[in-house]
Design a protein around this ligand. Sequence first.
Ligand SMILES: NC(=O)c1ccc[n+]([C@@H]2O[C@H](COP(=O)([O-])OP(=O)(O)OC[C@H]3O[C@@H](n4cnc5c(N)ncnc54)[C@H](O)[C@@H]3O)[C@@H](O)[C@H]2O)c1
Length: 387
Amino acid sequence: MYNILTLNKISHVGLSKLDQTKYAISDNTETPDGILLRSFNMHDYDMPESLLAIGRAGAGVNNIPLDKCTEKGIVVFNTPGANANAVKELVIAALLLSSRNIVGGIDWAKELVSSDTVEKDVEKGKSAFVGPEIAGKTLGVVGLGAIGVLVANAAEALGMNVIGYDPYISIDAAWGLSTNVKRAINRNEIFENCDYITLHVPLTKETEKMVSSVALETMKDGVRIINCSRADLVDADAMKSALDSEKVACYVTDFPNKALLNYKNVISIPHLGASTPESEENCAVMAVREIKEYIERGNITNSVNFPSVQLPKTSQSRITIMHKNIPNMLSQISNEFAKNDLNIDNMMNKSKNDVAYTIVDVDSEVNGNVIESLSKIDGIIRVRLIQ
Ligand SMILES: NC(=O)c1ccc[n+]([C@@H]2O[C@H](COP(=O)([O-])OP(=O)(O)OC[C@H]3O[C@@H](n4cnc5c(N)ncnc54)[C@H](O)[C@@H]3O)[C@@H](O)[C@H]2O)c1
């Protein structure tokens, strides 16, 4: 029986993919084989020895100590793209909210509650909430991954001119992008030429505060900025000054912070990007499939700290080996198999940054000795036997 610990509420549609005769799901086991979570902060969590994998139902993994997990041979999965449509729809709403002063208008209309002439008052006062249409305007999309591509295509379908920037765009994303989306060769091209800018990049050292005072200076007067990615992509102080000077006409964010919460022309959405039943289900199903495939067959897909390695299991025994990405590991590993008279049926090895992962299938039963001697090789992080 495998133990699965849930650190947040996980959609039952996802959990139902775990066969109850093989998996015990609980929110308080001390010896989990797998953990499923959404935004639970794991930075102070003591990783138990039993833990093989963590499945984050969502995209960002800032709540998980990745280096610690890698050192201990714990595979961390996320669910890229599973909530992309939900976020895209919120971004389209944000684009319209940034333009049409719908929020201001709704707030004002509520104030008319005690008036006996609501119809007349509405017609008289509505001119204060005029805002431009988005069709024909230029939208800059920074980051063309799962979400950015959908946003770019949808905005283009709504009649916007779209410019995209992503120096690391994947082949899949490039295939999915409308051919009408223009390619910017650097970030400044987006900043300087767009009426609307939307951010769809992860928070990294390179992207932190990418919307800085310098960047804001170069933007068009009255630019509208949408940030449904992470608060710290935007320098809050610089944004305040740009809002004060009306350089920025509106800032819509799905990641409110104290500095900007009630600031003039800021629309703060309480992190609703992925809050749709469809998205929570998609993420849970994907996270469950990933950790199940890893626990049962050792195959890795969508890990943020180990390479993607999939090998169909056709032999009796499988040994999976996590090791440092250094010379001479594979020859030492295969030596151990030879010493133990084990015939390698199939083998696959891939690396990612400082670590590598090797799957070895053998056509006979494997005893604990080989696992022990493999574990003793310098540079080996973790060895598992799957029979
Ligand atoms: N609001 C929400 O609820 C919510 C939900 C999911 C994701 N997000 C945020 O949205 C972000 C994007 O999600 P995604 O699923 O599209 O991720 P993704 O990994 O599919 O795409 C991110 C893209 O950013 C690009 N990129 C990285 N560094 C860049 C840089 N310096 N300049 C330009 N492009 C760069 C990458 O090449 C990649 O194509 C996530 O990192 C997360 O912060 C928010």
